[in-house]
Design a protein around this ligand. Structure first.
Ligand SMILES: *Cc1c(COP(=O)(O)O)cnc(C)c1O
Length: 357
């Protein structure tokens, strides 16, 4: 079976070697040595000022909204994973969708201002498949209207825009280290931010609001990363180059093999140093997509419809419709992409696609 992705696992002995420290110290969570070490490595590798690792990539979104005290309406994208929208709703705010750009697939920055009302408190946008939003324009709009900017950067591990980490744009970026992501800790995630002054605030929020053992700073939740999760991240670090290189050659192969078709591909924003995280292709229409999916499934190959459905269709939301996002969601498919996908397997995938276009 070939899935859309496959988790990269480091050699088991290397994971166990790192876990030895956990056994020696008898310290398995609550900000142990491994979480601290992972945060230091991430800061150095990504060149980012502040990071707090958390237990998944969704709680950082919720904590960002909570800690910034956001209320009312949050402008967001309908073309993302459900966590982007559900976090807004979970925090008692209203998601206001702005449609996406048909080529970049990120929020259409030219339509943001028209969606701003006196109730708007922030913009929460996703760098889709690691492709940056128009961060400059969004920044200018946010400044003009006094809005906060949060980026769901779950797909963006290692992505650089204009020679620095994409995590450094906006007030806050969040990342996911879920097992399906390029860099993972099984389950895991992080919040990244520039303002050192926010550190305690986010830290307390992710640890029940504790300020010391007996004092409370305010409301909090439990979003702590455990030592077992951090150990996976640390064990993976030495393999990052291998992971990225193998993905790059797989993407190059798809590019070469599919360039003579009428399929549409993701358009990258200029000055982006990408991470080869996903390989989306866009069909003429949904019928064509379904034909290809059926043919691939019959051959035991399981691409995924990322993202489907467009989030304006969520059952707990009403009365918003984003035409371009719906059109893209109906016709986009992410092809298998992972470190040890072979050229032979890729050739089979490409042949099946071409035979059913
Ligand atoms: C994976 C993902 C998330 C959620 O991350 P988890 O670690 O699974 O909680 C949020 N947003 C996007 C865009 C994602 O792809």
């Amino acid at each position: 079976m070939i899935n859309v992705t496959k988790t990269f696992l480091p050699p088991q002995e290397e994971y166990q070697l790192i876990l030895k420290k956990v056994w020696e110290d008898g310290w398995i969570t609550n900000r142990g040595a491994l979480v601290k070490a992972l945060e230091e490595q991430l800061k150095a590798y990504l060149s980012i000022p502040n990071i707090i690792c958390m237990t998944n990539g969704t709680l950082p979104l919720q904590i960002a909204i909570k800690a910034l005290g956001l209320q009312g309406e949050i402008i967001t994208t309908p073309f993302s994973y459900v966590a982007t929208t559900s976090s807004i709703v979970w925090e008692g705010c209203k998601p206001v969708f702005v449609d996406i750009h048909p080529d970049y697939l990120t929020i259409d920055e030219t339509k943001i201002e028209a969606a701003i009302t006196p109730k708007t408190s922030a913009i929460l946008a996703t760098h889709v498949f690691g492709n940056p939003c128009d961060v400059e324009t969004i920044d200018a709009i946010a400044k003009k209207h006094h809005l906060k900017v949060i980026y769901d950067a779950a797909h963006c591990f290692g992505v650089q825009y204009k020679d620095q980490s994409i995590f450094n744009y906006g007030d806050i970026s969040t990342c996911s280290f879920h097992a399906t992501k390029l860099f993972h800790t099984g389950e895991g995630g992080a919040i990244v931010f520039k303002d050192d002054g926010l550190y305690n605030d986010f830290y307390y929020h992710h640890n029940f609001g504790h300020k010391g053992n007996e004092d409370f700073f305010g409301l909090g939740i439990n979003a702590k990363m455990s030592e077992l999760q951090a150990a996976m991240g640390l064990a993976l670090f030495p393999y990052l180059n291998i992971i990225l290189e193998s993905r790059r050659s797989i993407v190059d192969f798809y590019n070469r093999q599919l360039q003579d078709t009428k399929l549409k591909f993701l358009k990258f924003r200029d000055h982006t140093n990408w991470n080869y995280s996903y390989y989306p292709i866009i069909f003429k229409n949904e019928t064509q997509l379904l034909n290809v999916v059926h043919a691939l499934n019959a051959a035991d190959i399981f691409p995924r419809r990322y993202f489907y459905p467009s989030l304006d269709n969520l059952p707990y939301l009403k009365n918003q419709h984003c035409q371009i996002s719906n059109q893209i969601a109906a016709s986009i498919l992410c092809l298998p992409l992972y470190h040890d996908l072979t050229e032979k397997q890729q050739t089979r995938i490409v042949e099946l696609i071409k035979a059913h276009l």
